[in-house]
Design a protein. Structure first.
Length: 210
């Protein structure tokens, strides 16, 4: 009698053990403890720290996206390549700029998913769409402060692709300026192109060499 009870106990123990492995590995009948599912690159949208001062959350955050209810996560939008682009942008450009300018700047306007890019009226060819660009401005965003930062980056050896002084409501008391900087990891040599936005005779903004 006791032998039959022992056999039943062992049977129940083995069934419980198999269930445990199945729940913890996501497999059925796999008693090795190794998962048979293939890993997916960056499966979660948890903050991913690229450098000391820049992470995935920081470079995809958008007040406009939040206001419009747009999910601006490159992972949620099926654009995983953007994560690598943002990492390269952070390592090659943003962190060096942060060190050069002593960090006294506000960084925003990194990656834009298609719906967000359309909402702000930007072109599909914008480097923001691919996570290759970021905008930033001094905490006191005067024209003089933006110009000073622009000239400092231009004179440095930071390997940017484009460096642009952009602005809105230029020529009015409400004018504001910021800097657009980009890095293209697909290029062996960055262009180091410097531009600025001015107001043309027709009152429209123009981008010219700087």
């Amino acid at each position: 009698m006791w032998a039959k009870v022992l056999v039943e106990d062992i049977k129940h123990f083995l069934e419980a053990l198999m269930k445990f492995w199945s729940n913890t590995t996501g497999t059925t009948g796999n008693t090795t403890g190794a998962s048979t599912s293939k890993p997916t690159e960056r499966q979660s949208d948890a903050p991913s720290q690229f450098t000391k001062n820049f992470c995935l959350t920081m470079l995809t955050q958008s007040d406009t996206a939040t206001r419009l209810g747009i999910n601006n996560s490159p992972i949620a939008n099926g654009e995983l390549f953007v994560v690598n682009n943002l990492e390269q942008l952070s390592v090659k450009v943003l962190e060096p700029v942060f060190a050069l300018l002593k960090g006294d700047y506000m960084y925003s306007g990194g990656y834009r998913c298609k719906p967000l890019n359309d909402a702000v009226g930007s072109s599909d060819s914008s480097q923001h769409r691919k996570g290759m660009a970021n905008d930033f401005q001094p905490k006191v965003p005067t024209k003089a402060n933006v110009e000073s930062a622009f000239q400092a980056i231009k004179a440095s050896d930071i390997p940017f692709d484009q460096l642009i002084i952009e602005g809105s409501r230029i020529g009015t008391p409400q004018e504001t300026f910021w800097i657009h900087i980009s890095y293209d990891p697909n290029k062996a040599q960055q262009r180091r192109q410097t531009l600025r936005v001015i107001v043309g005779e027709d009152g429209k903004n123009r981008t010219v060499g700087a």
